[in-house]
Ligand binder design. Structure first.
Ligand code: DSN
Length: 427
């Protein structure tokens, strides 16, 4: 990599002059994001307009409360911005009501649990190693200690199917208040009507955490849980949606008040108005026809990347993908754990993340797999032909995993490829 500071394109002369250390770190990150292939499926390159709103003076303002009923004066413009975000989110997701104030994914889900549950109440959520999230009740999470999360599993060898007869029996026995579906490392789609059937049988609320696929739902490339009668949908805004870091809770109108009270004053203080402005911009983009094309391309790229990896002898969890991501079993494929595989791919200039696989015998910091996906690469304009190249490079890098010289040569090839695809927001 060339010297990041001499190569810096970050546009802030005061920062460069007055805090060269932070400036240099940001410049280094800009360069890193430009010269490598970004395949972490929860990451993306946001829009220049989002960077402008997110870096705006709206960060100066306290705005506890909601539009029209705040605890501080001077809310003329914050109200406008928040209402724009809310109205656009309602349109994008066909939701009755939206709260755009959650600071990110964890408080977003916490606010939902705290709205409806008392300590000890039961939630059915997906097991972490099968694709669920920490906030879906993993025992190390605070929510996992307060509430009784009963974690269901998938059948990875049957395309990741969930056995709904089994889930129904568990629901009848444990009487959950919330039936939760949602994932961070599950490479398939859900059949929401089955979850709804289970929840209705036991009188539970249906909640879908679609953080990973929010943009794919917005772009109508994947199913929308509201079309199946779901009560609550949560999503972060910085993954497939391409927005700033943040979260949203979308719900049926009968839950509007309880959700709003749970977010503020129940859980959070002042909303981050600069982020909310950036979320409004993001949702404005999601309403454009081009966003549908983008969402569809993410899935096309994911399909072909999965095919190339499998053709190269890599075992994928569930043997493929229906969404933007896939999980490789690197122990089975190459005899190396996910920590080593992540490092090898880093050396080659391909960024991924180590990942537990279903019922992984290995620990989370040295798991058996790697998770990867196509949203960020698609944002850069990479298409099917490019995925073929990237897939073959991944196979090659993992095969030559102990040959640092060969990995370094591969990295030069990958850097030369990447610089042909500009990163939005980096001039
Ligand atoms: N950390 C996010 C992810 O990578 O999936 C979820 O919170």
């Amino acid at each position: 990599m060339t010297n990041p500071v001499s190569n810096a394109r970050h546009n802030c002369s005061e920062l460069e002059q007055n805090d060269p250390e932070v400036f240099a770190a940001i410049a280094g990150e800009e360069l890193r994001e430009s010269v490598g292939v970004e395949l972490i499926p929860s990451e993306n390159y946001t829009y220049p307009e989002v960077l402008a709103a997110n870096g705006s003076i709206l960060t100066n303002k306290y705005a506890e409360g909601y539009p029209g009923r705040r605890y501080y004066g001077g809310q003329e413009f914050t109200d406008k911005v928040e209402l724009l975000a809310i109205e656009r989110a309602k349109q994008v997701f066909r939701a009755d009501h939206v709260n755009v104030q959650p600071l990110s994914g964890s408080p977003m889900n916490q606010a939902v649990y705290l709205a409806f549950l008392k300590p000890g109440d039961t939630v059915l959520g997906m097991d972490l190693s099968h694709g669920g999230h920490l906030t879906h009740g993993h025992p190390v999470s605070h929510m996992g200690k307060i509430f009784n999360f009963v974690r269901y599993k998938t059948h990875p060898e049957e395309n990741g199917r969930i056995d709904f007869d089994e889930l129904m029996a568990v629901a009848k026995e444990t009487k959950p208040k919330i039936v939760l579906c949602g994932y961070t490392s599950y490479p398939r789609d859900y059949d929401y009507k089955d979850f709804k059937r289970v929840a209705d049988e036991v009188g539970a609320i249906t909640m879908a955490d679609v953080s990973h696929i929010g943009g794919l739902i917005a772009g109508e490339a994947m199913r929308n849980p509201f079309d199946y009668g779901f009560d609550i949908v949560t999503t972060t805004t910085h993954k497939t949606l391409r927005g700033p870091r943040g979260g949203m809770i979308l719900c049926k109108k009968e839950f509007a008040e309880i959700i709003d009270k749970s977010v503020f004053p129940g859980l959070q203080g002042g909303p981050h108005m600069h982020c909310i402005a950036a979320i409004a911009v993001t949702l404005g983009k999601a309403l454009q026809p081009e966003f549908k094309i983008y969402a569809a391309q993410i899935l096309k790229n994911s399909k072909i990347l999965a095919e190339i990896l499998m053709k190269g002898g890599i075992k994928l969890v569930t043997n493929g993908t229906d969404n933007h991501m896939m999980v490789m079993d690197t122990v089975q494929s190459f005899g190396i754990d996910g920590k080593k595989a992540e490092h090898v791919l880093d050396l080659a200039g391909i960024t991924t993340n180590k990942q537990v696989i279903p019922d992984d015998p290995n620990p989370p910091l040295r798991p058996s797999g790697i998770r990867l996906g196509t949203p960020a690469a698609t944002t850069r304009g990479m298409k099917e032909d490019d995925m073929v190249k990237i897939g073959n490079w991944i196979v090659e890098a993992l095969k030559i995993h102990d040959d640092e010289k060969a990995l370094s040569d591969l990295r030069s090839q990958i850097e030369a490829f990447c610089v042909q695809f500009p990163v939005p927001g980096i001039i």
